[in-house]
Design a protein around this ligand. Structure first.
Ligand code: CUA
Length: 160
């Protein structure tokens, strides 16, 4: 079969692009530890404050690391300051009391949508102690730009 030179170039270019797209997925999964969207766990957004899953907001340390429970609402995160240990798995569980918000821990791979009616969950490890900014990255109304919180990653030695 005789394939024209230019057609060969385009076929190879298309092949390289497909490989590159697949490689970005592989790098995201292995290198950056990005996870697919959360499990489907639902919640009645009008009854969050009576729901036992959101009765204790903030970080709860456990043998493994910690679990952090957060509610997003216009235009704040509750709680506004979160303390977690460095170098240990931290599981975040979030929901929204009103509209869709974002929850991005700047400079880390912690990033999820916070959707009313659902509980978003992800687990990550913070290697570097320090202060991290948490921002809402989904436009949620006039105060969107004010919606932020602080994550403090504490060195292992500071834990009791
Ligand atoms: Cu919440 Cu933007």
């Amino acid at each position: 079969m005789n394939v024209a030179f230019y057609e060969k170039i385009w076929m190879w270019a298309a092949g390289v692009l497909i490989f590159a797209f697949l490689a970005t997925i592989a790098v995201g999964v292995t290198g950056s530890a990005l996870q697919p969207p959360s499990h489907v766990e639902t919640i009645d957004p009008t009854k969050i404050w009576n729901d036992p899953r959101f009765a204790h907001l903030g970080a709860t340390p456990d043998a493994r690391g910690a679990t952090v429970v957060v509610v997003g609402m216009m235009f704040a995160f509750m709680p506004a300051e979160i303390r977690v240990p460095a170098g240990r798995p931290v599981t975040f569980r979030l929901t929204s009391a009103d509209v869709t918000h974002g929850f991005q821990i700047v400079g880390t791979n912690g990033n999820t949508m916070v959707v009313p009616g659902y509980i978003s969950q992800f687990t990550t490890v913070f290697r570097d102690p320090g202060e991290y900014l948490i921002v809402c990255n989904e436009y949620c109304g006039l105060g969107h730009h004010l919606m932020s919180a602080k994550l403090i990653v504490e060195p292992e030695a500071m834990r009791p």
